[in-house]
Design a protein around this ligand. Structure first.
Ligand SMILES: [Zn+2]
Length: 335
């Protein structure tokens, strides 16, 4: 077995970290992990469909073929994590198990697993101008280039033990970044594979959790994110392997970085609201992220609106802001 090339590194006996390209500079290249055991080969996340060739080469460098993979475990339903799963399934045949905390991903259409209508209604409510709402069409083009819909065969739940190579890993449900985010924990060695729940270099975006049939998200993504951080803390992992960026050995320092950046965003949002009357979420996002200029990638606009909204949910709970729906738009003002 060769390793040490630019895609691949053995991080523990029989566990290989493979870094795959991802367009854009945030959150950066995707780390997938190949567990090679005596009776089982498991791939944790797949990267995008565009990186399929790089994945195939990295696996070949280890003396294996994609058809040798018995199981794919997916940390969450974002296309940079499951994008190649369907292609791998075509090479591996029917015996491949695809395990995740969600049913089949439909996120290719809108990026977040709801219908285009739900996404369009949400963006309208956030004050995104009609011309910009074509955003969903653009997003679906972006996402469909990055992955194919895959068939999830095993639904993973809290506490399930999943044989991954020679390691029996426990499923830890960690909603926040998405509703279906999971970490995989190997208790004997203290290794935690965190997906996008814990990232070393940026604060994980707690995506707004839309539901088909609901006007506004009922779930509070940031609150769930911090509960999930507490859950990871209670495990006291020795070392964390994230889906983007470097290995994390100082979990508490990373959490302090998140808390500080969330606090700064809260303060900025309040200061934006103090100087003005009622504003839309889209207008607040435009001032919070001035470099975004609202003329950049539709995905960034969605992320900015989503981030502002999830902050507002908590600020509203704390009594710092109030909201009302007027003329089909959500208006926000400081209390
Ligand atoms: Zn993600």
């Amino acid at each position: 077995m060769k390793n040490g090339n630019r895609y691949c590194r053995e991080i523990a006996h029989g566990i290989f970290s493979i870094t795959l390209p991802l367009p854009g500079d945030k959150p950066g290249p995707v780390n997938v992990y190949l567990f090679v055991g005596k009776n089982n080969v498991t791939l944790l996340d797949t990267g995008t469909a565009r990186a399929f060739g790089a994945l195939k080469r990295a696996v070949a460098d280890l003396g294996l073929a994609l058809a040798d993979i018995d199981r794919i475990v997916l940390t969450h339903s974002h296309v940079d994590h499951y994008g190649s799963a369907a292609k791998i399934a075509r090479e591996s045949g029917e015996l491949l198990d695809i395990a995740a905390n969600f049913r089949n991903p439909v996120s290719i259409a809108t990026g977040i697993g709801v219908s285009r209508k739900t996404m369009a209604d949400f963006l309208a409510l956030m004050g995104v101008p009609p011309a910009m709402r074509n955003i969903m069409r653009v997003l679906s083009v972006v996402f469909s280039a990055l992955g194919d819909t895959c068939e999830v065969t095993t639904i993973l739940r809290e506490g399930d033990i999943v044989p991954m190579g020679d390691y029996d890993c426990m499923v830890v449900e960690t909603p926040g970044h998405t509703r279906d985010s999971i970490c995989l924990y190997h208790e004997p060695t203290g290794m935690l594979f965190s997906g996008d729940h814990v990232l070393p270099h940026i604060t994980p975006n707690a995506f707004v959790m839309l539901e088909d049939g609901e006007v506004l998200p009922m779930r509070m993504s940031q609150k769930e994110f911090y509960s999930s951080i507490d859950k990871v803390r209670s495990l006291s992992p020795r070392i964390i392997y994230p889906a983007h960026g470097r290995v994390i050995e100082d979990f508490e320092a990373v959490v302090r970085m998140y808390e500080e950046s969330y606090r700064q965003r809260d303060e900025l949002i309040i200061s934006i609201l103090e100087n003005n009357k009622s504003q839309t979420v889209y207008a607040i996002a435009g001032r919070l992220f001035p470099k975004l200029n609202m003329a950049r990638l539709p995905l960034e606009i969605f992320l900015a609106v989503s981030e502002v909204y999830t902050h507002l949910q908590l600020l509203k709970e704390r009594g710092a802001v109030e909201t009302e729906i007027s003329g089909g738009t959500l208006l926000v003002k400081a209390c």
